[in-house]
Design a binder for this molecule. Sequence first.
Ligand code: NAD
Ligand code: TDX
Length: 356
Amino acid sequence: PERVHRVLITGGAGFIGGAVVRRLLEGSQANVFNLDKLGYASDLTSIRQNDRYKHLHVDLADSAATSAAVVTADPDLVMHLAAESHVDRSIDGPKAFIESNVNGTFNLLQAVLSHWEKLPEERHQHFRFHHISTDEVFGSLGPIGRFSEITPYDPRSPYSASKAASDHLVSAWHHTYGLPVVLTNCSNNYGPWQFPEKLIPIAILKAVAGEPIPLYGDGTNIRDWLYVEDHVEALLLAATRGGLGESYCVGGAGDHGSPSERTNRDVLETICNLMDSLRPYGAPHTRLITRVSDRPGHDRRYAIDAKKITNDLGWKPRHSFEEGLEATVAWYLDNLDWCQKVSSKSDYLGQRIGLP
Ligand code: NAD
Ligand code: TDX
């Protein structure tokens, strides 16, 4: 991005942060610092060695280590993606979500504020803190309407409550201390390197194994799906050209003529149909779809109105859901070794979801 020389990404060993790091290394001259504690969902194999890249092995819950990392990175831009990100885990164990998402964001804000206040004039002026958040902070929609920047916050899971808290902290640091911030709230991402605990990679791997594919409740809950590379483009635009103190909603609806809003059953059936042509096994894969008990407090529907980022920053998703999903299924089939490696790092998966 223009005028950005040193970027501190938090959570760059995760699914979306990793895609941002790769794009910055390939598509810009920026020096990239990746602050990540290397949790269960982390993986660095997608990031190639580069003189402009450094990993800082730090937990945001440690305020002294966080401050030291900010001093080392000496950033012009901070992109804050580090968070505990899985709703089911937040239901089983909310504490880690408060520690990373709320306390971690607080520690980072304090460290960044102190850094920003000391920057020389030219760098002080162009500095940005970009907070990456989710549409889940807005709660649950009925059959009509979409979330936008003016939708009131109404989080319902421990995960979304912790993300909402972090959004409010970021916004308060802007209004109270003048920290130059920008926020984005994005819908469900999918694509290569997503940890196999989220719906799409779980479904692909279960289909590969010929095992039951778990569908929560009646399968009519709706999510708005965005291919991760399209999200990365929105993030880089918002980080470099977004208005100070502004927030932008990011979702999957584009000009493709096919909807990004899908019921979970539709998502699983589309994956199964793709698998029928790529890996036929004698019976249609849809037979594997198995209803299981519902997620407590399961939000009914998420949908994003992304007019603001389209009109103000010229962003639109490039991939239709079908294109993105096809690329994603092909990627997982080519990378089953990686899936085995990362899923064996998590006892949670073994107990609750039972990966192949
Ligand atoms: P992820 O779980 O794949 O990766 C998160 C990374 O953050 C991991 O590498 C983890 O080690 C790191 N991290 C967590 N707590 C940390 C801490 N205390 N200190 C240092 N590092 C820590 O998550 P993701 O799906 O890539 O999501 C990234 C961000 O985007 C999150 O803030 C999430 O809320 C947001 N988001 C995700 C989606 C989605 O669909 N995945 C959609 C909208 C917004
Ligand atoms: O096995 C499953 N079966 C199933 O039916 C899983 C894991 C999920 N589901 C349902 C629950 C949701 O309605 O599929 C939908 C998607 O579930 P997840 O992949 O867990 O995503 P979600 O809960 O919607 O949250 C995601 O999008 C917003 C990310 O995990 C968040 O980090 C992001 O903020």
